[in-house]
Design a protein around this ligand. Structure first.
Ligand SMILES: Nc1ncnc2c1ncn2[C@@H]1O[C@H](COP(=O)(O)OP(=O)(O)OP(=O)(O)O)[C@@H](O)[C@H]1O
Ligand SMILES: [Mg+2]
Length: 378
């Protein structure tokens, strides 16, 4: 497949997984809800992957396409999200940072509507115009209000097309801006009083819905009103607690990132195991052997684990001998943990001395990890 995604740093999911989406659409025998590109079962399969490849027949030829697992963990959560989107309420994904809320919303939007690009990126500076519509002022001055001069927001476009719209970081927006959504979500239409007549209102076509994401750590920043909460079903996305699952996720995503970075580097299983074990120990504050360790204040999310693994592999490729080692992980993990709290350095140093040193007596990769503690500045 000539991949238009290969030239950009990060392509949208509908481009990255175009082949999988086409195969699912061609083989999908389930009923598709109005406005949906796939049946609910096929949407779930796209997100959680399938054990056997999908067979597609075209022009008398049969091809098999593997549907990769993209979201790891709670499959029931994925089903509940899909069911919510079938109804008239919006879906709000809440959770700790780095638990794949944005990724899940992107995958849902692209599987259901074929695009994940109808997105409002919520910030403290988000304005009402960015949720409803604004104007091309040159045209507005020249011609007066006309459909041509109207600049539609992602929500406006989603209503018109009957597509899922994403609202990232909803709780970062000011409460009065969030409240614009209250009536939009009830009436399912946007009024444009300046235009009047038929053009003066856009009614949401079937297939329209909204997926919001909100970070639990920031939730208090701008609490949502009760009225808006009632228009959403909340789903909490929890960090992965199962080590085997986190390990296969880190392995799979590191391989994808390295392919995109076009480097050839060996990522041994015991080094990846060390990395995930370190994240789990520091996240839980306890090791599998029962040693208590202090938790750093930084979020030890799976997203961070993937980032550390990718950087450690890049370091091995460009400055090492092409094989990722414990030392690469140690050096990259330092930058993840030491962000804003100076106390975290002491906690990490303690982990090296109390946990890594002991494990290093019987494991070469833990010994490399322990040796690299010197990269931690005093
Ligand atoms: N359960 C999971 N399944 C798949 N990937 C996961 C999972 N948990 C974390 N990840 C990793 O997290 C990355 C995506 O994080 P994403 O930006 O979606 O998180 P987020 O919850 O939106 O974080 P934030 O609150 O900071 O916006 C994925 O690319 C993947 O590497
Ligand atoms: Mg996010």
């Amino acid at each position: 497949m000539s991949n238009p995604a290969s030239k950009v740093v990060r392509a949208p999911a509908e481009q990255v997984y175009a082949e999988e989406l086409a195969a699912l659409a061609a083989s999908d025998k389930g009923a598709r809800p109005a406005g949906w590109k796939l049946s609910p079962r096929a949407v779930r399969q796209f997100i959680t992957g399938s054990d056997s490849p999908v067979t597609v027949e075209s022009g008398g030829r049969r091809t098999k396409v593997v549907i990769t697992q993209k979201f790891y963990g709670d499959e029931a959560l994925v089903e509940r999200c899909i069911v919510t989107l079938l109804g008239s309420r919006g879906l709000l994904l809440v959770g700790e940072p780095g638990t794949a809320k944005s990724m899940l919303s992107e995958l849902l939007a692209c599987a259901i509507s074929g695009t994940s690009m109808l997105t409002v990126q919520g910030t403290a500076g988000t304005t009402e115009d960015q949720i409803r519509y604004s104007w091309n002022y040159a045209l507005l001055l020249a011609e007066g209000p006309s459909p041509r001069a109207l600049v539609p927001s992602p929500v406006y476009q989603g209503m018109r097309m009957g597509a899922v719209v994403r609202f990232e970081e909803l709780t970062r927006c000011q409460p009065e801006i969030q409240d614009v959504l209250v009536s939009l979500m009830s009436d399912k239409c946007i009024q444009v009083p300046e235009l009047g007549g038929e053009d003066g209102v856009v009614f949401a076509s079937k297939g329209f819905n909204l997926i919001g994401t909100a970070n639990l750590r920031d939730r208090g920043v701008h609490e949502m009103s009760g009225a808006l909460k009632r228009r959403f079903n909340f789903e909490t996305v929890a960090p992965l607690s199962d080590k085997a699952q986190e390990l296969s996720l880190v392995r799979a995503q590191t391989a994808v990132l390295l392919r995109e970075s076009a480097v050839d580097v060996e990522t041994p299983a015991d080094v990846l195991d060390l990395l995930v074990t370190t994240f789990q120990d520091l996240r839980l504050g306890r090791t599998a052997e029962g040693t208590v360790v202090e938790k750093p204040s930084t979020v030890m999310s799976t997203a961070e684990a993937v980032a550390v693994s990718h950087s450690a592999a890049l370091e091995a490729a460009h400055f090492g001998n092409g094989r990722m080692e414990g030392g690469h992980v140690a050096r990259q993990i330092v930058g993840t943990i030491l962000k804003d709290n100076p106390d975290d350095a002491a906690k990490l140093r303690n982990y090296f001395e109390v946990v890594a040193k002991v494990r290093g007596k019987t494991s070469a990769v833990w010994q490399q990890f322990y040796e690299a503690r010197k990269s931690l500045r005093p």
